[in-house]
Design a protein around this ligand. Structure first.
Ligand code: CA
Length: 509
């Protein structure tokens, strides 16, 4: 049939090759118009220093009833809550670098907050963008170098401030007026409105809150004012029984400073904002200074001032999580959008007398993770058996998008766990390492946890030694059991696993 273009010897004519090429081009164009990319959207809601103790879905302590987080809880009620999600390095920038790369700090190069992220390396937004996703980040970045791999970025400079933030927007600084937690979600919604609806999105919406210095929204200043927040049992910890804890510089008693205590303000408020803000704090500050409190009475006042402002900042976050969930509902996006809520690490809410993070102790090592994925995750699921980690987030995003996972990543996709499966070869041990020597008085350390038993190695000359805990017997980690004959079996086991993990994860010696 010569009209099909086959010559007598079976080869295509040049004109037929051109015809087939054009026909394929037309077919692929009409196919892409008819069938937009239906892969799930990924909305990663991320906050800074938000402890599981201050999320009511976790139900860890008295704060659950006092300061509920109904919108974050909604993600958990309609999705899955992870009770054993641990970070690889409990501090702000390093956690973010781990999530972007799927690699431990020693391999992604961002070990401590003073480092600058190498944006030329492989990251999840780059891989998703190459795979056809629209990628955007709005809010806190905190990695110093300019964001790469995003179609749109709009990020705070450094820590940012709670009022009237500047947002570095695709190379240009743009000033905004208002409360930063609200503005980040305003800008997130603005980007969602402007995106291409025929392509799936990967959107990181990342709050500064509730990172210090904890300046609440004007609308939340009075909330909790007449409440006495119960104190944690370890508020007056004397740090005996541990190697390095006594040398901390994160004490509510002595290390808060005037700005964390709101005796001085950090933001550049507008005159209108300042008049409301100051009208709340000034008379209370004057009464405090006049009372001249000492000892435990003074620490107790610091604790109340700290925890109330922290919880007020959390309330601002929670309300804005609700705004985004409502937006997804209104736009018909909820069914095909996987929503994550997490934080860069846990935090001390007065436990051990502390604010801040960094230690491998549970309050700062554990981070919140709740995920909603309609049709894939059974509503109201709770996972407390798997040890999961922020190093798993990267591969999870790629797996959701159906994109290949590079072999040099060090986590695991959580998708099988989302679907109710329990992979036989899931990790039984999790490796941790902290690098910011002396930050808030916390020395270098690394360790391994199996979710119940934990082995920690402190490595600086003045704090050279080991700690070990059984979280069932000593959930607050008040007394190291390292060297206790009753713990010998577990100690040997964890020491062996620590050696294995350091080798497998390519930790430099
Ligand atoms: Ca943080």
């Amino acid at each position: 049939m010569p009209w099909l273009g086959w010559t007598a010897d079976g080869e295509k004519s040049a004109s037929m090759r051109l015809f087939l090429f054009l026909a394929c081009l037309v077919a692929s164009c009409s196919l892409s118009q008819a069938a937009p990319d239906q892969r799930p959207n990924i909305l990663f809601l991320f906050t800074d220093d938000h402890a599981t103790q201050a999320i009511s879905a976790y139900g860890i302590n008295h704060l659950t009833e006092l300061a509920p987080t109904p919108q974050i809880d909604r993600i958990a009620e309609e999705g899955m809550l992870f009770r054993k999600c641990y970070v690889t390095n409990s501090i702000c920038g390093p956690s973010r670098a781990v999530i972007l790369t799927g690699k431990y700090s020693h391999l992604n190069g961002f070990r401590k907050n003073q480092d600058s992220f190498d944006g030329s390396q492989q990251t999840v937004p780059k891989l998703l963008r190459n795979g056809g996703y629209q990628t955007a980040i709005v809010g806190k970045w905190h990695l110093k170098s300019e964001p790469t791999g995003f179609d749109h970025y709009e990020v705070l400079k450094g820590q940012g401030q709670y009022y009237n933030p500047g947002l570095f927007t695709n190379g240009e600084m743009v000033k905004h007026e208002g409360y930063t937690t609200d503005i980040i979600v305003d800008r997130t919604i603005e980007w969602l409105e402007s995106r291409d609806p025929d392509k799936p999105f990967f959107l990181m919406s990342q709050q500064k809150a509730p990172h210090g210095r904890w300046e609440p929204a004007l609308r939340h200043l009075e909330w909790l004012d007449d409440v006495e927040v119960p104190e944690p049992a370890t508020l007056f910890d004397d740090y005996s029984g541990r190697i390095a804890a006594a040398d901390h510089k994160m004490g509510l008693a002595e290390h808060m400073g005037d700005k964390r205590l709101m005796l001085e303000y950090s933001s550049q408020h507008t005159p209108e904002q300042l008049s409301v803000f100051d009208a709340y704090f000034r008379p209370r500050n004057e009464a405090f200074l006049k009372a001249n409190l000492e000892g435990r009475d003074c620490t107790r006042w610091h604790y109340q001032r700290y925890i109330k402002n922290y919880l007020r900042c959390v309330r601002g976050v929670d309300e804005n999580v609700g705004r985004l969930l409502d937006y997804l509902d209104e736009k018909g996006l909820a069914e095909n959008t996987v929503v994550f809520y997490s934080s860069d690490q846990g935090f001390y809410l007065g436990e051990h007398g502390w604010f801040d993070k960094r230690w491998m102790y549970e309050e700062s090592y554990r981070t919140p993770l709740v995920v909603r994925w309609p049709g894939q995750i059974e509503a109201g699921s709770v996972d407390e058996s798997h040890l999961v980690s922020n190093i798993d987030f990267t591969e999870t995003f790629l797996d959701i998008a159906g994109e290949p996972v590079p072999e040099d990543m060090q986590g695991r996709s959580l998708v099988p766990i989302f679907k109710g499966e329990s992979p036989q070869d899931w990790r039984k041990y999790h490796y941790y390492q902290y690098y910011e020597s002396g930050g808030h008085g916390v020395p270098l350390h690394h360790g391994v946890s199996d979710g119940r038993y934990k082995l920690i190695r402190f490595t600086e000359p003045q704090h050279d030694g080991w700690e070990m805990y059984d979280l069932v017997e000593d959930p607050s980690e008040m007394e190291s059991r390292y060297g206790d004959p009753a713990m010998a079996e577990h100690q040997v086991r964890l020491e062996k696993e620590l050696v294995r993990l350091r080798r497998e994860l390519k930790v430099e010696e």
